[in-house]
Design a protein around this ligand. Structure first.
Ligand code: AHR
Length: 321
């Protein structure tokens, strides 16, 4: 007779209750977590995946992991397969904000709790997930904006900004833009003259920056990139155009990955706002708490800082991703 894992667990529990199994056998029963990752688009994402895999191992949780290659349909397929496999908990970082209601209802109907990590979904029904853990992306955008306003406070005349947005429709792209604009709109000298997606990748960041430089060249004073990888790609484009990154063009980005620190130490990036990918330990704790019936807050916010180039060399040895 074949038994799926949930049936087996129920049988083990019943046997234990009837005194047929020692508690030590039950203790070996592993929780199973199905995790649907966005992809491997950035240094940040690689660190996030590594954090989830290593924390699952440490916590003794069996991890079923899938990489959606930045495609929502692949994430939906993965979630459906976790439902079919009757995992204990499903977690995922939604590639975009909308379009999740149907599959989340399927998980709810199957009584499988869902945890959102890193990115949230746009739904009116917040009973479709247990908790959302991750950064406050609007605040990250505000931090970037505040840094710029302070840096340029004595600058007379227009400040022309180009923006490299993250993946279209993703929470970090929507929220970082919103937070940044909220701050810079207080002074009309700040103008976003071009804004386009670079899909959070180095290659796209470089390609779009090349187009910005072709169109506006020396008119560009500032680049706001929604992540470090796009900024690093754009730095290459700026150098190839014969300009000096972080001098001719002030560059602000988000994540705080090691690659950004290296760029700051080399004097090519002005500032990186921190966004921590190290969500694995918190996620594993949440999985255990959910299965133990402990209530969790609906929102768990990650604490983060901001690193200008002046502190990069000193901070570099402390960086974990
Ligand atoms: O959702 C977090 C964002 O996704 C990071 O800023 C970016 O680098 C990643 O790909």
């Amino acid at each position: 007779m074949t038994m799926n894992r949930r049936t087996l667990n129920t049988a083990l529990a019943a046997a234990a209750l009837g005194g047929m199994l020692p508690a030590s056998v039950l203790a070996q029963k592993k929780l199973v977590l199905g995790f649907a990752q966005v992809g491997a688009e950035s240094e940040w994402r690689t660190a996030n995946t590594e954090s989830i895999k290593s924390s699952a191992k440490e916590a003794g949780i069996e991890l079923k992991f899938s990489d959606a290659q930045q495609k929502q349909e692949n994430q939906i397929k993965a979630i459906r397969s976790y439902i079919a496999q009757k995992v204990d908990v499903i977690a995922f970082s939604p590639v975009v904000e909308s379009g999740w209601e149907t599959v989340l209802r399927e998980a709810k109907a199957a009584k499988i709790p869902v945890v959102l990590t890193d990115r949230s979904v746009n739904t009116k029904d917040d009973t479709l997930y247990v908790t959302f853990m991750g950064s406050d992306f609007v605040e990250e955008g505000r931090k970037a904006g505040r840094w710029l306003v302070e840096k340029m406070k004595d600058q007379k005349g227009e400040v022309n900004i180009v923006e490299l947005q993250g993946t279209v429709g993703s929470a970090p792209a929507i929220d970082r833009k919103k937070g940044f604009e909220e701050i810079i709109k207080a002074d009309p000298k700040f103008k976003i003259i071009r804004s386009q997606t670079g899909d959070f990748t180095r290659a796209k960041g470089k390609e779009v920056m090349e187009a910005f430089l072709k169109a506006d060249g020396k008119k560009i004073n500032v680049l706001f990139a929604h992540n470090d990888d796009m900024a690093i790609g754009a730095i290459q484009a700026i150098e190839e155009a014969g300009m000096k990154p972080a001098k001719d063009i002030t560059i602000i980005s988000i994540d705080g990955v090691k690659g950004a620190f290296e760029a700051m130490i080399a004097g090519k990036l002005n500032v990186s706002v921190e966004c921590s990918p190290l969500l694995g330990p918190q996620l594993m704790q949440a999985v255990k708490d959910i299965k133990a019936g402990k209530p969790l807050p609906k929102r768990i916010v990650t604490e983060e800082g901001i690193f200008p180039m002046e502190v990069a060399a000193k901070e570099f040895p402390n960086r974990k991703y």
